[in-house]
Ligand binder design. Structure first.
Ligand code: IMP
Ligand code: MG
Length: 189
């Protein structure tokens, strides 16, 4: 595709959530998590790559309790609707979760498919507790049985990039979240 709208520069994308608003939201999430996990026992945060990286870095630096970080990567085939396959990369089978307090972290909840697959894979490994946290939850119906324990903010059901979220691995580095119109997605898939 050619033309001005193809692969627009970051500054050309409409801002949906300002960086300052995201920072406030991460602070509120950190306060809520810190209040719930004040037992002194270490928390294990399992974060879902790659979209989570900037949220993870910002959140953990605001958490006062002892914690460890582990990472999984999820890849979905054929989109993200019901019936599509989500494959987990990373050694989930090697994770020793027995007796651990686990917080599963992702940047955005869309259909809920990805997070439900990761949650189910962790749940069978015997954690003492397993909660989920997303920074952004899309305002849409979900066919998957997943209600996150912590939600930063609800956003419109549109495709967004920035603050870790990508389209074809682009735009993750934006400090804010931008709406990526359909015509700007063309040629990037
Ligand atoms: P799910 O539909 O909840 O399974 O979301 C699947 C994955 O698609 C998420 O973990 C994100 O990595 C990605 N995703 C969903 N919505 C967006 C978006 O608006 N922008 C960028 N990535 C997204
Ligand atoms: Mg992506």
């Amino acid at each position: 595709m050619s033309g001005a709208r193809a692969n627009p520069e970051p500054a050309g994308l409409p801002v949906l959530v300002e960086a300052e608003q995201i920072a406030r939201c991460v602070g509120e999430l950190a306060a809520a998590i810190a209040a719930d996990y004040d037992t002194g026992e270490p928390l294990l945060i399992v974060a879902v790559l790659k979209g989570v990286v900037i949220f993870l870095a910002d959140l953990v630096r605001r958490l006062p309790m002892p914690l460890e970080i582990d990472l999984v990567q999820a890849r979905s085939y054929g989109g993200t609707e019901r019936g599509d396959r989500v494959e987990l990369l990373g050694d989930v089978a090697a994770m020793d979760l027995a007796g651990r307090h686990v917080l599963l972290l992702d940047c955005v909840l869309d259909s809920g498919h990805t997070l439900s697959v990761v949650r189910d894979a962790l749940a069978v490994r015997g954690p003492a507790s397993l909660k989920t946290c997303v920074l952004f939850s899309k305002d849409r119906a979900r066919e998957y049985d997943l209600v996150p324990d912590y939600v930063g903010m609800t956003i419109p059901d549109v495709f967004v990039v920035g603050y870790g979220l990508d389209c074809a691995d682009r735009w993750r580095h934006l400090p804010h979240v931008a709406w990526l119109p359909a015509d700007a997605q063309e040629g990037t898939a």
